[in-house]
Write a new protein. Sequence first.
Length: 344
Amino acid sequence: MSKYPLLGMTLAELQSVVKSLGMPRFAAKQIAAWLYDKKVSSIDEMTNLSLNNREALKAEYEVGGEAPVDAMCSVDGTIKYLYRVGENIFVEAVYIPDDDRATLCVSSQVGCKMNCKFCMTGKQGFTTNLTANQILNQINSLPERDKLTNVVLMGMGEPLDNLDEVLKTLEILTSSYGYGWSPKRITLSSIGLRKGLQRFIEESDCHLAISLHSPFPSQRSELMPAERAFSITEIVDLLKNYDFSKQRRLSFEYIVFRDVNDSLIYAKELVKLLRGVDCRVNLIRFHAIPGVDLKGADMETMTTFRDYLTSHGVFTTIRASRGEDIFAACGMLSTSKQGENNKN
Ligand SMILES: C[S@@+](CC[C@H](N)C(=O)[O-])C[C@H]1O[C@@H](n2cnc3c(N)ncnc32)[C@H](O)[C@@H]1O
Ligand code: SF4
């Protein structure tokens, strides 16, 4: 019989576990400390629980951490890890070390329903939501776990489409009973879903990045079909109701596609769209994917685009592209692993 994982449970969930087993209420906090502070890998290591209680816990539960099954290292130090989350199902997490920080890009779903034209994960279609256990495990079982300074929910999947499990993970990462991280160390990236965006803003303090990619709704819907359900103008209107001028950061991601959204007409429209919003824009280089007729803009065009936005009051950076040699794009390694296993 497979056991339930404890890793990924909130304090409230651990409290109901200990209650159901007739253990004292304070045992929930002790278990949380073993899981999230001391980061043990087995219930046997939870030595301040009585032997009887440990045995009772072990009958139904396990810690539930699982090491990655594969890794690809880039010449620039970026490492893409593959985690198994089911029979022949894998997700990616990408470790990106930098001078003074080390970021992990975490997945929230296997595949994605949103079908953005430029995205490899979108091309996979949707397989399943990850549980809080599977999201947190990408961080917990990372070989470089203790070096991590930041986490970005920018891997496979649309986090607002799996918000219950994502919010549980964020609670564990930021609570004093959990990892105790500042929410400023965590960024959630989303295309912006009507059902979910407001809830995320109100129930979390983590930074928010919105994938924008075109200020024109007609073009944005060509690139990102979800635009039809919740348009970028509605998204920006909603965001204007919240204060992003202090600790919490709002950014917009913009992949610059050659001859598609890279001229100053687009930059001008972005300035108009983002007027009065406390935010920054990150320009992203496109990682080409097979079968899609889009190309990335050259660096000169991106620089001109950035300078126009910055000189018109929208602070803009060009995101350094990391792990080019192992990347191609998010979703590539897991897609090929699934294909490889299907052939065997
Ligand atoms: C993979 S998504 C996951 C988070 C969320 N679903 C979203 O779209 O924001 C993270 C970021 O990667 C970008 N992205 C997707 N495919 C890309 C590609 N081929 N090249 C560059 N960026 C890409 C998305 O636009 C988004 O800004
Ligand atoms: S870009 Fe984000 S929302 Fe779009 S298909 Fe990829 S993962 Fe899903």
